[in-house]
Design a protein around this ligand. Sequence first.
Ligand code: SF4
Ligand code: SF4
Length: 299
Amino acid sequence: MTPTAPVFDIQRFSLHDGPGIRSLVFLKGCSLRCPWCQNPESQDHVPVVAFYRDRCGEYLECEAACEDSAILHGSFRIDQAKCTLCGRCVAACPSSALRLIGEAHTPEQLMEKLRPDVPYFVSSGGGVTFTGGEPLLHPHFLDRVIDLCRAESIHTNVETAGVFSFDRWEAILRKLDLIYFDLKLMDPEQHAEHLGDGYETIRRNALALAEKEHPVEFRMPVIPGFTDTRANIDAVAALLQRVHKAGIHLLAYHDMGEAKIDIIQGSQPRLGLARLSWQRLAEAQDSFRERGIEILNDA
Ligand code: SF4
Ligand code: SF4
């Protein structure tokens, strides 16, 4: 059977997610529940119809199109319990106020969408970056897409939160040109409190990837008061030193994810933090440098 995966976005011309110009493929589904998640619409595996209230002109073409009586009048448009994800309301809306997030794609359908980008990859040394969500929750799909990319000499990168079965999927990881691996909270209790399960798996996979010489680079989101504490930076630096990695990418927190919670009627908590200041980012960079770790994405 042809594997499929829910793709919730394809963003082009990224310069931050690997070498050169990149197309980012966002896959839905994640094992973690980071309260600072910038893509809360990615967390659940199942697709969802999102509602952008500010675009809605109350024409209610959606109501006429819906055969399942799933259109609500009010602050949110979709009754998720009745919605069958048929997409008729999305097609009927003249204001693009509705969007089906997480449409199933086969590897071949995805490649058709990526193929026009190949000239940019060739001219810049770029390629495709799979992100999410957690791309490794779709291993069979990913395996096939990576094969298709390799057949066309397209560079591939995966951004992972680290919760996957290394032994089962190492053969897929082996085919990648690059792996961006996120390190977040290094204390098991804090991890459990804020992110959920997966602490031991992440740690084990980080060590295994480095020890088996996969092309892995580590990243840390800088979340004020969570990941940028002295103790956490010490622990991240110690892990990097243990696996003989001299550098890290630091990702500055921004609060755009919180605005997305409403469009999917999500229940994720809101941190209420302002985006990371340049000063606080610089402090985190200095803290790593003081511990002998280079900042790989220093502008
Ligand atoms: S996706 Fe289909 S079932 Fe769901 S609200 Fe839209 S028209 Fe109704
Ligand atoms: S690992 Fe990434 S996608 Fe998953 S919840 Fe955390 S920030 Fe969101």
